[in-house]
Write a protein that binds this ligand. Structure first.
Ligand SMILES: *Cc1c(COP(=O)(O)O)cnc(C)c1O
Length: 395
């Protein structure tokens, strides 16, 4: 094979996607800024000791995010796995080596309303989930009676429907029993103020995606929280196959992270470029949190304008509360097509378009502007009108 000089996805036979869906992993996340890409370029030019890099960047991130300590992971999901490992065995070297065989602390408590497919992230280290409460309610005693010496952590998510226990109550009960609380805030932060609130409410460890609204590398995330817990994350994550006779303490912290070797998080390694890319993306976000707001508004407005060409489409403004972004909801009930068929046609067409399908069961597709380039909002609107018109012309 010839080594490509000018790379394009088309050259590999791939059809690029107009991303009207947002920061989703199955489409590869969001575009990176030139500043982030440039930082990733210099990061890979030189080697460093990865423990020192993690420590130095962790200090910077903790300052930027106003949290006690931080550690760069390969995503929020990996952050949950590392958090679970630390809560199960801490920094005990035998514990690090023996996972996923856990010691006495072998359970994670989760409210039934907070169950999620990402629960695999915590069960992957050998912990069993204990569900408490019901799909729409949890009572304090249902948590309190589980909190014994077999519990490694409580896993908490945001936005559980109904009368569920808020983080503050979960943290009070858990801390009284000496159990830490892990929060999955993958798509809930930024805004950074929410992270501050989670810490104030008593979160011990919070896992956040780097590749969602922070616009960092897709395979990055940050685990934030208590300094003692964050310090032990490295033991489960870094490649520490080193010789004590020659390894020197860290220049950054003086720590000497020997104890385990390749821990259970080793398969979730993070490259220099992800670590530096995430740091720069977080810097950019903190410096100018509203940088993308007007771009998003322009693209949504252009999409909405194009959709007015078709009377049968009912278009309403909506808001994604997790990602904190305005969206467009397009209802196809009055057209000849259902939302599933529109989604299939948008995927087969040119340009290939993907939209949010979370409400497709009620005939609605959602346009999320986070991944749109200039002009793509209008393109999406025009394509949808074309698909709906073609169906009515065909009858
Ligand atoms: C996206 C998401 C994750 C996974 O985040 P990654 O950074 O892709 O690993 C975990 N939990 C929730 C609730 C999410 O939305």
């Amino acid at each position: 094979m010839r080594i490509p000089t000018a790379f394009s996805y088309g050259g590999l036979g791939l059809r690029p996607v107009v991303n009207g869906l947002g920061p989703v992993t199955r489409l590869g996340g969001l575009p990176l800024s030139d500043t982030v890409i440039e930082a990733m370029r210099w990061a890979v030019a030189t080697n460093v000791r990865m423990d020192e890099l993690q420590e130095a960047v962790g200090i910077e991130l903790a300052r930027l995010l106003d949290v006690p300590a931080a550690y760069v992971t390969s995503g929020a999901s990996a952050g949950l796995t590392l958090a679970a490992a630390v809560c199960a065995v801490g920094g005990d070297s035998r514990g690090v080596d023996e996972l996923p065989v856990t010691g006495t602390r072998s359970r994670v408590i989760v409210q039934m309303a907070h169950r999620d497919p990402y629960d695999h992230a915590v069960t992957a280290v050998g912990l069993r989930l204990t569900e408490i409460g019901y799909p729409y309610s949890t009572r304090p005693h249902e948590l309190a009676r589980e909190l014994d010496g077999t519990v490694a952590a409580v896993l908490h998510r945001l936005g559980g429907n109904g009368d569920v226990l808020p983080l503050r109550t979960v943290a009070e009960l858990s801390h009284a029993a000496g159990v830490p609380v892990i929060v999955d805030a993958a798509d809930y932060v930024p805004p950074v103020s929410r992270l501050r609130q989670l810490m104030d409410d008593g979160a011990d460890l919070v896992a956040v995606s780097g590749g969602k609204s922070f616009r960092g590398p897709q395979a990055s995330g940050v685990l934030c929280g208590r300094a003692d817990l964050i310090r032990d994350v490295a033991l489960h994550h870094l490649d520490m196959d080193l010789r004590e006779a020659t390894w020197q303490p860290s220049d950054i912290t003086g720590l000497w992270p020997t104890g385990g070797r390749e821990g259970i998080g080793r398969g979730m390694k993070v490259g220099r470029e992800q670590i530096i890319g995430l740091l720069v993306a977080v810097c950019e976000h903190v410096a100018e949190p509203d940088r993308w707001v007007s771009h998003h508004a322009t693209e949504l407005a252009a999409c909405e304008r194009a959709l007015t060409a078709c009377d049968a489409l009912r278009v309403t403004r909506a808001h994604n509360a997790f990602l904190d972004v305005a969206t467009l909801a397009i209802d196809f009930s009055a057209t000849l097509l259902d939302a599933d068929e529109v989604a299939r046609q948008l995927d087969r067409g040119t340009p290939r378009i993907q939209l949010g399908e979370q409400d497709a069961w009620r005939n609605v597709l959602v346009v999320n502007p986070l991944g749109l380039a200039a002009g793509e909002g209008a393109q999406i609107g025009e394509r949808i009108v074309g698909v709906v018109r073609a169906a009515s012309d065909g009858t």
